[in-house]
Structure formats: C-alpha cells, structure tokens
Design a binder for this molecule. Sequence first.
Ligand code: AHM
Ligand code: MG
Length: 337
Amino acid sequence: MKRKTLTQYLVEQQREHGVVVPEVRLLIEVVARACKAISHAVSKGALGGVLGSLGTENVQGEVQKKLDVMSNEILLEANEWGGHLAAMASEEMETIHPIPNRYPKGEYLLLFDPLDGSSNIDVNVSIGTIFSVLRAHHDTPGQPVGEQDFMQPGNKQVASGYAVYGPQTMLVITVGNGVAGFTLDREMGSWVLTHEDMRIPEDTKEFAINMSNMRHWAPPVKHYIDDCLAGKTGPRGKDFNMRWVASMVADVHRILTRGGIFMYPWDSREPNKPGKLRLMYEANPMSLLIEQAGGAAIDGTQRILDIQPMQLHQRVSVILGSKNEVETVARYHKEHG
Ligand code: AHM
Ligand code: MG
C-alpha cells in the first residue's frame, strides 16, 4: 500500500474538505521541516555536543538547555522568510518576534514551545516541539503586529500540533478536521501518514500526574486521585494504572494513542500562579488536538480553549484526555466548589 505524505494529506484537506488554505499548508510544512532539523540534532546527542545547559535563563526564570535555544533558533529561521507569518512567539523568548522587514509578511501567527520536556534531554527520554497557529486579526495596516494580536482564546486556533522525538520521530497535527499522525521516514526525509484519524477512547483506567506534588494539590484533585488509588473496591470500582514521563508531548501522545488522563493542576507551591504549564504554547495546542480526537480539556472548571489570555506567558492548570474521565474530574471540582 502506498502511504500518503504530509503534503498529500494537506492538499487533500484543502481540496476535499476546504479546511486548509495554501498559506497554512506552507506554514505547517515549514514547521514540519524545522522539526526534522530539531529531530536530527536531538538524535546526535552527545556526539553533536547538544546536551547540557547554557547557563542562561529564559523569561520564566528557567535554566535554558542548549537544545532549548537551538530549537528556538531553528524554528525562527525556518519560518521567517516564507511570507505567511506576521509574527512568532515562543516559550523561550520574552516578547514576540515580528517578521523582519526584509521579508514579506502574511496574516498568521505562530506560537511554539521549541523543546518541551527539557528535563528529559540529558537522560535520552522522549521530548518534543509543540506549536499553535492563529490568524492575526490586524485591522491597522502599517502598524506592526503586537502582543495584543496574540491574545486570542484557543478556540480561534487555525491549526496545532506537536513533534515527538522518541523511538520514532512523529508529527501529530490538526487543521480542524480530526487528528493525523505522521512518522518521519529518515531515509526518504519525508513525513508519512501512519496514524489516520486518531481517536481517544472515552473511558480509561490510566492517569498521568506528578504524584510527588500530592501534598500541594487542591482538595478536588487530591480527592480524585485518592479515589483512583482506592482501586476496584473504592468508589471508582476499577484499578488504575499510572504513567508520568514528565514530557507533556510524550504523555499526550500516549493518551492520543490509547486513552488516559493527563493532569498538571494548580498547586500551593506557587499559589499565585494558576499552574505550571503555559496556556499559549502547551495547553491550547494540546487541547485542540485532544478535542479534535474526541477527548476533553479543562482547567478544573472551565474549557481550556475558552480561556481569554491576558498575557503571552500565562500559565494554566491542565486536565485533559479521555472524555468521561475529564468529566469525572470536573464533577469533583463542582462538588468541592
Ligand atoms: P518545559 O517546557 O520547561 O519542558 O516544562 C514543561 C514540562 C512538561 O512537558 C511536563 O509535563 C512538565 O513540565 C513536567 O514537570 P515536572 O518536572 O514537574 O514533572
Ligand atoms: Mg514546555
């Protein structure tokens, strides 16, 4: 059987479903090409001198790894010249990156977490790149695009996706018509459609959460996990299994493949922050994928995709995955409310 490539998939989405315009097709292909370059650097590891830290900090005060910075540069460089973007924003940059004047500008905005799961880089565990695409509703021609143009809820995303650098390198995307997964054929250098129409089972017996934070959780989350741990004879009536990779891409990829629930909830270590993960670079793109695959994504009480962002680097509590399980967690929040 001859398999489809990413280009074929996108052309079909454009022709048969009308969900992709040529600029977005180009945009996704360019992002995919950048992910190929990142994958190449990641796979070299110590041989390529890419492991370890740089000694610098990003805007959130996190120590940057060499690969965080390299991946950010690869994505910026790859996406600057194509003429399809107005500006970019990244977890690793303090403010937005408008397209330089030497290049033509387009109407789309690209946001990314260039290398997610940084704590796993040096230990050879799966990491990834997450991206989100918005349209710049920019009605003041001549005026440069500003941060304000990015302040759109996740339900306005035109496309989103991630690349996971694991035993295989895969690209998983949505352009608003379901979720498709591509595997990188390294010899051919092409993305091949291997996971058509990915769907998340509605029920699950598997959760992903960093259990070491248990004592800091809010009561509804603590109560929910306690009930899962109680197993067959407890209130949930079934035994649960647990997985935590500590790379959101890898944890979400597992859920897209076999169901489950992923949680990075608010906790009292940083009471003034709504959570650890970032709304614009992590929660929104992943929530769109999860919903497009039949799952659900909330912050505890509210649909993540409906949150109106106030800041580029805004954080959020994240609960996503199998639909019925996410609804169960929402119920625990209501009951404690
Ligand atoms: P990063 O973008 O700096 O890599 O941080 C995000 C990561 C997620 O991929 C993952 O779910 C979480 O942080 C892991 O956090 P922890 O180390 O607290 O388990
Ligand atoms: Mg991240």
